[in-house]
Ligand binder design. Structure first.
Ligand code: NAP
Ligand code: HSE
Length: 429
């Protein structure tokens, strides 16, 4: 007797939802061949039933309310691709779990805010939540972490996980345009989220990093502990000068377990131009995983868009069709430990840019501030003169972030500084 089909209830018929419909319809036979059963959509939900969605939805029941969809007896898996960390996404995901359905979601915001509670509820109900599409779009990073690298202790997780920010930074660099102009371009191209601060403020990428950190280090999702800094203050001057020193600026996520606790940061960092991260152009994502046995793995691919995101959703659906059931964050939710947050204290070289008054002893005063704070200079460059002012660039040897911050506070008292200095961490990649 043929196996019973796996029946999906699809909440959300936007970019991702319609991508899922297209794959389910176009690849029905391939999926059946790979899983041994058919995967079908039973019912769908969105806000506006009359909208033209460029897909044939006539065979699916319509539910105006995603919570009602989640509770239907004729679905096995609730696919949540609506978005939002509260409201209908949360209510319908909770309803699905309570009704005994597995859940597949692309919603990083939902899991970054409520991942622990939802994972506990799912496990109590004997269900699973899968969320490959929520992190780095089409890159199957969650599968790699939970399955392929399950025999490793993960040392560090790094990555560029917001395509919009990488588009803006690489466009500034290649066209020599200032941030505001490229931001406007990105808006016109439709790259920005409805709330652009989710992208340029680093929040969207921070959500993603917090989910990877939970899997990598067996800790409860702790998005509120991610050190966040967006790209709004990255200047074209820094992009040009960093390039001159052999670096590119990326909105880089880094999570690592240190002796002091879990360090999670999503901040602008410099990376060497020649590194894979330094070479990453446009709206592409890259995730770098480091395990004790495997060493370093680099994955690059589309972080957004209909095809790549639906590909990730379908990877999760197909796992469920095959009977592969892995705990939401790789280990039982009850075994996840509270992470001790460690604000970035891992020493790193720093890029410092400042404008000094061009007078005797100015540089010596700055060097003294650095030396007194225990920060050693590796390279230094002075760029001509602008009247009585001189732009100066310093790259330090590895230094503790607190020591660098301490030195910067002492710069002001030297009386030789014009404006505020800029300090950007150089990540060893
Ligand atoms: P979208 O194009 O804006 O589509 C959202 C869909 O959800 C729409 O069909 C909308 O209905 C429906 N919806 C919203 N509120 C609803 C409600 N209260 N009841 C029923 N339906 C509701 O969004 P998307 O880009 O597909 O993103 C969906 C999710 O995937 C989000 O969590 C997003 O963060 C995540 N994601 C997206 C991408 C990407 O490339 N787009 C990549 C990775 C992850 P109407 O169409 O009727 O308005
Ligand atoms: N706004 C996100 C990005 C979409 O630019 O990467 C995918 O999460």
């Amino acid at each position: 007797m043929p196996a019973a089909p796996l029946r999906l209830g699809l909440a959300g018929l936007g970019t991702v939802g319609i991508g899922v419909v297209k794959i389910v319809q176009a690849e029905a036979d391939l999926i059946a061949a790979r899983t041994g059963r058919r995967v079908v959509i039973t019912a769908v939900s969105a806000r506006d039933r009359s909208k033209n969605r460029d897909a044939d939805l006539s065979g699916y029941a319509w539910e105006a309310d995603p919570v009602a969809l989640a509770r239907r007896d004729d679905i096995d898996v609730f696919v949540e691709v609506m978005g939002g960390h509260d409201g209908p996404a949360k209510a319908s995901t909770e309803a699905a779990i309570a009704a005994g359905k597995d859940v597949v979601t692309a919603n990083k915001a939902l899991l970054a805010h409520h991942g622990q509670a939802l994972a506990e509820a799912a496990e109590a109900a004997g269900r699973v939540i899968r969320f490959e599409a929520a992190v780095a779009g089409g890159i199957p990073v969650i599968k790699v972490l939970t399955e392929g690298l399950a025999g490793n202790r993960i040392k560090r997780v790094m990555g560029v996980m917001n395509g919009t920010c990488n588009y803006i930074l690489t466009r500034m660099q290649s066209a020599g345009l200032p941030y505001d102009q490229v931001f406007e371009e990105a808006r016109q191209l439709g790259y920005l989220e409805a709330d652009p601060n989710l992208d340029v403020g680093g929040i969207d990428a921070g959500h993603k990093l917090s989910l990877l950190a939970a899997i990598a280090f067996g800790t409860r999702v702790s998005f509120d502990q991610v050190e966040l800094e967006g790209i709004g203050s990255v200047s074209i001057d820094d992009i040009r000068l960093a390039e001159d020193m052999g670096y590119r600026i990326k909105l880089l996520g880094v999570a690592q377990m240190t002796g002091r606790g879990l360090e999670q940061r999503m901040t602008p960092c410099l990376v060497p131009i020649a590194s894979p991260l330094g070479q990453l152009q446009g709206g592409t994502n890259m995730v770098v995983l480091e395990g004790d046995s495997v060493g370093q793995i680099v994955m690059r691919g589309a972080g957004a868009g209909m095809g790549p995101t639906a590909s990730a959703v379908m990877g999760d659906v197909i796992d469920l069709a095959r009977g592969l059931r892995i705990a939401t964050f790789g280990i039982p939710a009850s075994a996840l430990v509270e992470a001790q947050p460690a604000r970035a204290a891992t020493p790193a070289p720093y890029y410092l840019r400042m404008t000094l008054l061009d007078k005797p002893g100015a540089l010596a005063k700055i060097a003294t501030c650095l030396g007194d704070a225990g920060v050693s200079i590796d390279q230094m460059r002075q760029y001509g003169h602008e009247g009585a002012k001189a732009p100066v660039l310093i790259v330090t040897h590895k230094a503790a972030p607190d020591d660098v911050a301490h030195a910067l506070t002492r710069f002001a008292a030297t009386g030789v500084l014009v404006g505020d200095p800029v300090a950007i961490r150089i990540e060893e990649v």
